[in-house]
Design a protein around this ligand. Structure first.
Ligand code: FE2
Ligand code: FE2
Length: 290
């Protein structure tokens, strides 16, 4: 009997998730509690997470890396806070599933791209780039994108780009620059999700920012009172990570593995109301300690 058309379509699809900037312990915990359930309920083949704020709100430690990988994250991207915790350097240099922004200087620790195998056997390239508008000075992201794409194996069709940038105009430009050349250009860094997810004309999924995974009763993840006081009085305070209204924000992209083109993109928001249901779907992962 001939396979039903929808079966044929399923066989050549890979479903990717990008989790927005994970902030501190609240962000790490909601990932650990819900990601296994999310992978099952959403049928995810590969999970990428931006973890530049995972360690107390800034940087990533080896223990945080292990915790996220144990939770089901397949590949980690970072951003301007990448080296805030120096101890992550050996992980960046030695593990195959974590990348630095490809437009950092060549001498900086870390790899320019990762190729990770999805649960359905499809190889996916993960690339991180840093914007230059209102950001620290870095090398040109456009030429870095060209260099990395030229270095990927010709047979590899599925490419996910995390564009870690401040300005929505910069992000739209990168989406258009890479339209038809990568499967998705998804933004991170602002910690604020945008409602502009779409498939660009040549088949690249795009969204300016997938948002933050952490406490939303906050200013970008930090305690409101501390940030307000420091901003208004110039009195220095410690920008402590907030604790309330913790959410996991991410976007799901379906990609046709024959063409590398995206066929769908949608936003996901896991709130506290969803945590117990998702946690009950799959036994929580054992936490690894290095
Ligand atoms: Fe950032
Ligand atoms: Fe961030």
């Amino acid at each position: 009997m001939a396979p039903r058309p929808e079966h044929k379509k399923e066989a050549c699809r890979v479903r990717l998730l990008l989790i927005g900037d994970i902030v501190g312990k609240p962000g790490r915990h909601i990932v650990a509690r819900t990601l296994a359930g999310l992978i099952q309920s959403e049928g995810l083949d590969l999970v990428v997470a931006n973890a530049e704020n995972a360690a107390g709100g800034s940087g990533l430690t080896p223990a945080n890396y292990q915790e996220l990988i144990a939770a089901g994250v397949d590949c980690i991207t970072l951003g301007d806070h990448i080296y805030r915790r120096r101890e992550i350097v050996s992980i960046l240099e030695n593990r195959p599933n974590i990348v630095k922004p490809a437009n950092f200087p060549p001498s900086s620790p870390g790899k320019e791209f990762a190729i990770v195998r999805a649960r359905n056997g499809v190889d996916v390239a993960v690339v991180s780039l840093l914007g230059r508008v209102f950001m620290r000075p870095v090398d040109c992201p456009w030429t870095a994108a060209d260099r990395v794409l030229a270095a990927l194996p010709a047979e590899l069709k599925v490419v996910l780009v995390d564009f870690h940038a401040e300005a929505t105009s910069d992000k739209q430009l990168m989406g258009r620059y890479l339209d038809g050349r990568v499967s998705a250009v998804l933004g991170t860094h602002t910690h604020v999700p945008t409602a502009d997810e779409r498939i660009l004309p040549k088949g690249t999924a795009f969204q300016c920012d997938v948002g933050m995974t952490g406490p939303y009763e906050s200013i970008l993840g930090r305690r409101v009172d501390r940030v307000l006081e420091s901003t208004i009085t110039f009195n220095p305070t410690h920008f402590e990570v907030a604790t309330e209204d913790v959410r996991l924000l991410a976007s799901v992209v379906d990609v046709d593995t024959d063409t590398g083109r995206a066929t769908a993109i949608r936003r996901i928001c896991v709130t506290q109301a969803d945590v117990e249901r998702l946690a009950s779907l799959v036994a929580p992962p054992k936490r690894n300690v290095l």
